[in-house]
Design a protein around this ligand. Structure first.
Ligand code: PLP
Length: 275
């Protein structure tokens, strides 16, 4: 039997498992990968929102990452919530060491704020994310608001940009930061279309359909982990993006109605057991 590919998530801990590392691990497993994880922060959180964030000691994280990767070298890395500038530095150094040996795919979900409005990365961290982490990533997956913050363009009153204006904004971030590609997610937009912008290739729109549900907690985490899973399994970026979008749509459609806030998705549909 061939060994499974290994996917590493570097992300926060959401006790409700809707978002963060424990959600990512479910996504990896569902895609046939062996998932490993290093936590950047603990959160006090439920489907009702984030109440408190307690970052992990950066030195401890550095040790966890190195010791883990020596034994279980990952075939791809997904980076989610990073919480602080010092954690961003540790992760940037780790990824540089890892990729110097083997240029594995790295996907970054630039988690800046929870949907409930709690900051999940400090302002200095945003700079390190842009300058040191983006250049090492094959793809980043901001939503429209995150894209505006990363471009240092305040989100003004008008509805967030779309169409050609969005294509230009994604291209600007691509050229400013040297990231491999920018995939702007649209799950939270009026028209839930995603946009993939790569250098030297026409922009690709992935049309979505609106799914009426309050179970949307961790949608961004699920999408970026599914995207990484596709790449680790050998798909090209556009194909992996299409498959990730389809997976998230299905997970929204069959989401269980759990919790009294924004519930989790159905990330790991149960095994179909023979009767
Ligand atoms: N908590 C953790 C640990 C996360 O990683 C994230 C998102 O990536 C969130 C909360 C935010 O999830 P949501 O945007 O669904 O509130």
């Amino acid at each position: 039997m061939s060994l499974p590919q290994i996917a590493l998530t570097i992300a926060g801990f959401d006790p409700s498992s809707g978002a963060g590392a424990t959600a990512d691990l479910q996504v990896f497993r569902t895609h046939g990968l062996y998932g490993i994880s290093c936590l950047t922060a603990l959160t006090v959180q439920s489907t009702r929102g984030v109440r408190r964030v307690e970052p992990i000691d950066a030195g401890l994280l550095a040790e966890m990452l190195d010791f883990l990767a020596e034994d279980l070298p990952p075939h791809g890395v997904k980076i989610g919530m990073l919480a602080t500038a010092s954690i961003c530095r540790v992760v940037a150094d780790f990824i540089a060491r890892l990729r110097a040996e083997n240029p594995i795919p790295v996907i970054i979900d630039p988690v800046l704020r929870s949907s409930s409005g709690h900051a999940l990365l400090d302002p200095e961290g945003i700079e390190i994310l842009r300058n040191r982490l983006f250049p090492q990533a094959i793809c980043i997956t901001p939503n429209r608001q995150e894209l505006a913050v990363l471009l240092d363009r305040p989100v003004i009153d008008r509805p967030v940009i779309d169409g050609e204006e969005l294509e230009a904004a994604a291209a600007a971030l691509l050229h400013q930061t040297g990231v491999g590609s920018v995939l702007v997610t649209g799950g939270d937009a009026a028209k839930p279309d995603d946009l993939l912008v790569q250098s030297g290739v026409p922009a690709l729109w992935l049309r979505g359909r609106h799914i009426e549900t309050t179970s949307t907690h961790g949608t961004g985490c699920a999408f970026s982990s599914a995207l990484l899973s596709g790449l680790v399994s050998g798909s090209a970026l556009p194909e992996a993006a299409r498959a990730a979008k389809h997976y998230v749509q299905q997970a929204l459609i069959s989401a269980p109605r759990l919790g009294s806030g924004r519930g989790p998705l159905d990330l790991a549909p149960p095994l179909q057991r023979p009767r």
